[in-house]
Design a protein around this ligand. Sequence first.
Ligand code: ACO
Length: 329
Amino acid sequence: MIGKAAGPPISITGLGAYAPDRVLTNDELSTIVDTTDEWIMERTGIRERRIAAPEQALTDLALPAAHAALDGAGVAARDIDLLLCATVTPDMMFPTSSALLADMLGAEDAAACDLLAGCTGFMYALAQAYGMIAAGLAGRALVVGGDVLSRILDWTDRSTLVLFGDGAGAVVLEKVDRPGFLGFELGADGGGGVHLSLPGSGSRHIEDATGNGYVQMNGREVFKFATRVLVSSAQAVLDRCDASVDDVDVYIPHQANVRIMDHAAQKLGIPRERMVVNVDRYGNTSSGSIPLALADAQAQDRLKEGDLVLMTGMGAGLTWGSALMEWTR
Ligand code: ACO
């Protein structure tokens, strides 16, 4: 799916993020599985990641991020009409984390549902919230992306354990005076889904002693997929919006792996200094990755009025998605 924004100007007016306090370094990981800081840094660029406390579930990470986003937008929770929560690690399948979060926030009038699109969930949720507002079905949306992947990792499997971390981010979307979102491109390839899966998480398999309850990944295949779609999806949305890579001021790819991100920036021709990188500090936080990076960019004053911001996610499904927007304060 690809589309150029045709509705009224809609943008992000508030932004927040939260990552748990607990820092897990590569050196500490090397006491848990057979790995080294050198291997992890060389292959992924990840130095450390955050791990949720035992009592923390997804909504505990999402709540502070949501509060910060609402405060930033100057919007009360009761004025939110739509709350979308993109995650593959909800507190539980139901009640949904979005419904729980709406209750915690006091967003009494909000329609709320969770969205499953792997690590691309936040991009899908942004596009859906945009569409609902553009169509006049909602006035303001709160879009949350977050995951507690540490709960679905096999802590004896070095090939996945070193890659991921926990975190969440949230944004408020509403109508503004000048164009914010310019276009979206979203896609899915279920045929490649086998390369990144959580088999014991639904009605196909029950969780058992075979490891079905943990993330299973073919790293090389995911690497090939990621390097391909980060480029093709970004290029597609730029083309559709009649924009060029030279116009991109801030590039925010899914924070999966520095090697994948560098490859995408190089292929696209985006100078590295325009790319936001925080995977070194957080690892891959799945649906939390792009909003955490957006929040970092904002904290570093890298998001200026009128800047062209390109975001591209990819992940389980396999899925991918890009959004192009002009930043509005
Ligand atoms: N520490 C030390 N050695 C390791 C580790 C580790 N943590 N993990 C694997 N190895 C070993 C392997 O066993 C293998 O050893 P062998 O040669 O003796 O068999 C060797 O390192 C090389 O393994 P490869 O898998 O070939 O290593 P590769 O260079 O492909 O890097 C990696 C692996 C980092 C996982 C890479 O494939 C990758 O980044 N893939 C994409 C993963 C990703 O981004 N997934 C998430 C995206 S979607 C989402 O966000 C949910």
